[in-house]
Design a protein around this ligand. Sequence first.
Ligand SMILES: [Zn+2]
Length: 240
Amino acid sequence: MSDNICYLDAYARTTEARVVETDAGAVLLDRTVFYPGGGGQPADAGWLTTAGGARLPVIGARKAGDEVWHELAEGVAAPAAGTAVTAEIDWDRRHRLMRTHSALHVLCGVVWRDHQASVTGGNMEPLSGRMDFEFETMAGELVAEIEQRVNAEVAADREIRVNVLPRDEAFAIPDLIRTKVNLLPEGISEIRTIEIVGLDLQADGGTHVAHTGEIGRVRVTGYESKGRINKRIRIAVEDA
Ligand SMILES: [Zn+2]
């Protein structure tokens, strides 16, 4: 099992760790700051630095059960089991993903609050993302209004909190029903939630900024129909 710091502290850029096992260019660490991907957020990239000063490029990470495997760039030899390393994420890229991920939460929160439309899917890259909603109709005027309201929530600089709740307590929150919390296996006893204070509360596994003001500026770059009651909104995240 890998202890993953990113779930409680998204701002942790590095951690000391030890190599547990290696397999075909991938490295399992006992502890990490790498987000292994999921919920539409891509996995982190970064480096593993050895005591000898070798800086090994990591091109991705993935989860296998409770383990986090770090994929080394092609041709890079994996350090032996037992080696002490410093795991470091590519912070510029991660922070852009945190801003983008948080922007999608604000979008989702605004659309739910103002239109009671739930989310059917989403995806993101650093500084761009898309989200699909159960909307019957979508028009330029509506999208412009959504964009304006999203930026009002960014300007309000709302706090974004991470909480870990017992499963029963999480299920008692009515709004969590619109998320995939009810699809979680029976065995999971704790649910991680992301709260944009005063706007949105969701069960979630990604990394986010601490306040909405850190997102920057959100621009709606397009919208399209993906079916009768499925409409897609595309956004870009820009520096304020
Ligand atoms: Zn999230």
